[in-house]
Design a protein around this ligand. Structure first.
Ligand SMILES: *[C@@H]1O[C@H](CO)[C@@H](O)[C@H](O)[C@H]1NC(C)=O
Ligand SMILES: *[C@@H]1O[C@H](CO)[C@@H](O)[C@H](O)[C@H]1NC(C)=O
Ligand SMILES: *[C@@H]1O[C@H](CO)[C@@H](O)[C@H](O)[C@H]1NC(C)=O
Ligand SMILES: *[C@@H]1O[C@H](CO)[C@@H](O)[C@H](O)[C@H]1NC(C)=O
Ligand SMILES: *[C@@H]1O[C@H](CO)[C@@H](O)[C@H](O)[C@H]1NC(C)=O
Ligand SMILES: [Zn+2]
Length: 333
């Protein structure tokens, strides 16, 4: 039971409300720093979405004019100055597996103003009394820095000391190939080599506890990696079976967010290694998801990034899951 819910139970006896703003006057700024904690239930399992904080894109990186991006974002009352992409990280205790984290955030490791709002994962875990030592398993959708850099600290040591890391084998082989082969005329060699360097540094700390996972296989009971390449050569969607009819689908960066690649799956970004393959993967995945009631976790969607893909007259759309109770933790700080 969450602290606020147990407090509710107590206060119900006393007929007092559980006021989320009890300590607001003295600690509002701290509260905003660890507000990224969202509890949810799926079938009989409860999980938490937290975040490493927002990445703020000050310019349009898509393959279409600024005006098209601004228009699509404005339809959803979302700003493009800057475009804000969250880093939604799943934390879930799974029977027979242990405590699982999906992706790890950027940890503000790359010194770039776009990433200044990141690096909140540890603070958010502390706020809910989750020690990094309690994480048994880290699952990675792909090898970009905003998904892997949080694995290590400034000295390159493991952050999750007892964790085994699972990553798609094509993805791992791509970023660790020596010499590094650039399959793409789209992404500059220097960019890919830089990403490769961050990947190697992040993963090498976990050797020999790194498990490479082939497409459509389950390295752990109920956890299946499904290859949806294009964003990167071995990008995986991680399917988690939580024991009921609905699965949890961690789609990583198969798309960025609703106003861009959900409504406009043909938009690509320069950092995506194969734009056409990414588009095809995205459409195949969204078609599949629109035919299911599975709960989707979209990594860069507005916090907490849980929802469903549905059909629309022009293609696909995103419907956020309504069960929002962020205040549970905000009220404690
Ligand atoms: C980028 O690397 C590839 C090999 O991976 C090489 O063939 C190509 O010439 C390089 N491009 C530049 C501009 O250095
Ligand atoms: C990658 O680029 C960033 C920013 O340009 C730089 O700080 C970092 O040292 C580079 N990392 C590697 C491993 O090349
Ligand atoms: C991954 O495996 C599934 C199931 O076997 C298959 O349908 C799919 O085409 C594979 N994906 C790729 C990119 O090879
Ligand atoms: C969920 O819990 C209920 C009540 O304990 C139980 O009847 C049901 O079988 C459980 N469902 C699953 C999928 O475990
Ligand atoms: C896509 O649909 C097929 C069958 O319709 C199913 O076997 C597969 O698991 C689905 N994949 C995803 C990612 O939903
Ligand atoms: Zn990403």
């Amino acid at each position: 039971m969450s602290p606020c819910k147990s407090l509710y139970a107590l206060l119900a006896l006393l007929s007092l409300p559980c006021l989320p703003h009890v300590a607001a006057s003295s600690s509002r700024s701290q509260c905003s720093a660890n507000a990224y904690v969202h509890h949810f239930n799926l079938n009989n399992i409860s999980g938490i979405i937290t975040s490493d904080g927002p990445i703020r894109q000050s310019q349009n990186f898509f393959s279409v004019p600024d005006a098209a991006v601004t228009l699509s974002y404005s339809f959803l009352f979302r700003s493009t100055s800057p475009i804000v992409w969250q880093q939604n990280i799943l934390l879930i205790d799974l029977p027979n597996i242990g405590r699982v984290l999906v992706d790890t955030g950027l940890n503000a490791r790359v010194p770039n103003p776009l990433f200044a709002g990141t690096g909140l994962l540890m603070r958010n875990l502390r706020a809910i009394h989750v020690s990094p030592d309690s994480i048994d398993v880290v699952l990675l959708t792909h090898g970009h820095p905003d998904h892997v850099a949080g694995l290590v600290d400034d000295d390159g040591n493991r952050v999750f000391r007892h964790a085994t890391v699972y990553v798609g084998e094509i993805e791992h082989d791509f970023w660790t190939a020596d010499p590094f082969i650039n399959p793409s005329s789209r992404v500059p060699n220097a960019t890919l080599e830089n990403i490769s360097g961050i990947y190697r540094r992040s993963l090498s700390a976990y050797e020999p506890d790194v498990v490479l996972v082939a497409n459509a296989t389950s390295p752990l009971p109920g956890v299946t990696f499904l290859l949806y390449p294009g964003h990167t050569p071995g990008h995986s969607v991680i399917q988690i079976d939580v024991g009921g009819d609905r699965k949890l689908m961690c789609v990583g960066d198969a798309w960025f967010s609703q106003p861009d690649q959900v409504r406009n799956p043909e938009w690509v970004r320069p950092v995506e290694t194969d734009g056409l393959q990414g588009f095809q993967s995205r459409v195949a995945l969204m078609r599949n998801l629109s035919n299911s009631a599975d709960l989707v976790l979209a990594y860069h969607e507005e916090f907490p990034g849980l929802g469903h893909i549905v059909r629309s007259t022009s293609g696909f759309d995103w419907v956020a899951a309504v069960d929002r109770n962020h205040d549970v933790v905000r009220s404690q700080c």
